[in-house]
Design a protein around this ligand. Sequence first.
Ligand code: SF4
Ligand code: SF4
Length: 373
Amino acid sequence: MEYIIHLTEKCNLNCTYCYENKRNKDISFEDIKKLIDYEISRKQKYSIIIFYGGEPLLQKNMIKNTIDYINSKKCKTDFYYGITTNGTLLDDDFIKYMKKNNFINISYSIDGMKETHDLNRKTIDGNGTFEIVEKNVRKVLKSFDEVVAMSVITRNNLYNLSKNVEYLIDIGFKYINLLFDYSQDWQDEDLNEIKKQYSEIAEIYADKILQECDVEIPLIDDKIKTYIKDEYNCNEDCKFGMKAINIGTDGNFYPCMQFVNNKDFIIGNCKDGININARINLIKNCRKENQICKKCSLKKRCKHLCGCRNFVLTNDINELSPVVCETEKIFIEVSDKMAEKLYKQNSKMFIQKFYNKDYNILKQIASKYDKER
Ligand code: SF4
Ligand code: SF4
C-alpha cells in the first residue's frame, strides 16, 4: 500500500492553480505513529510512504521523526519513501538525508523553462520561483535517478508545452508527468493546440526512444500500454483507495488527494485503519458508466471512470466532462501513431519498454515483491 501523508496544508508559495486550502493545519505526530503502528500490524512485505503537503519540506522534522519512529520498530515490513515538493526549500543536507534513507521517488514541481514556470509558480509576493527551483533540481537530478517532473498544463502555458518537455529532458528528467489542469475554462480552439503540442511531444519522445534514451511520459506510455498489454486498463490505475490512500491533516483516510477534507469521502483513519465497507461502497458508486462510454471502443483505454477527476470537474464522481472525452481521444490517437512508427522501425528500446521491463520504480518494487510471494 502507498500512503500519501499530507503533513501540512501550509505552503511557502502561492501558485495560480493551487487547489490547496492552505489552512494553518499540520498532521499530528500522534496520528502518524498510529498510522505506522497500523501498517506494521498488517504485516505487509513492503509499504511506501509519500510525504505530501501543502509543502512537506516545511515539516522536515516531522519527516525525520516519522522515519526515526519506523526505524525504531523491529518489523518485517520494508519501508520506502517518496516526497512531492515544490523544491524551493531543498538543501544539500536534506538531499543527503533522502539519499541515506530509502527515498525512491521524488516528485518535483517544475512547469518548464523560466518563461513558463514563472507564469504560475509564484511566491506569496507574486515573484517567479524558477531560479531556485532550477538550481535545486539540478542537484537532485545528480543524486537520484528517479525524479519525476510534475508539470501543470494550463491555458496560459499550453502554447509552450512541447518546448518545455524538451527542456525538461535536456536538464536530465527521464520521467515527466504532464498534469492537465482540467478545471480551467478550456475552449474548443484549445483542442487544436493540445493536439499540435501533443503531436510535437510524441515526436520528441519517439526520437529519444530511437536514440535508446530512457524517457517516460505517462500521458503517452499509458496509452501505448493499453494498446499492447491487453490486461492494462487505464481506469484501474488508481483504484479509488485500493492502491494508495491519502491521509489528511485531520488523520482521516481519503481515496485521492482531490477529496482530502471532504467528509463524504472518508475511508478510514490512522487509529482504526481502512474502513473496508466505506471503501467498497465508494468504489461501487464510482463505476457507473454512461451509455456513450459503454458503447465506445476506447473505453478501456480512456480514463472516463476516474472518479476523482470527474468530481473536480463536475462535482459528481460519475459525471464526465466533455473536455476529458476530447483530450483522451487526442492522447490515444497521437500515441498510437507514434507507437506504430517505433514498432515499424524496430526500436529496441520500444520493445524493451513495452514488452519486457516495467520502467516505473514503484511498479518495479511491486512486481519484485509479487514475484517473491
Ligand atoms: S507549491 Fe503546491 S501547494 Fe504550494 S502553492 Fe503551489 S500548487 Fe499549491
Ligand atoms: S473516449 Fe469519450 S466516449 Fe469514449 S470512453 Fe472515453 S470519455 Fe467515453
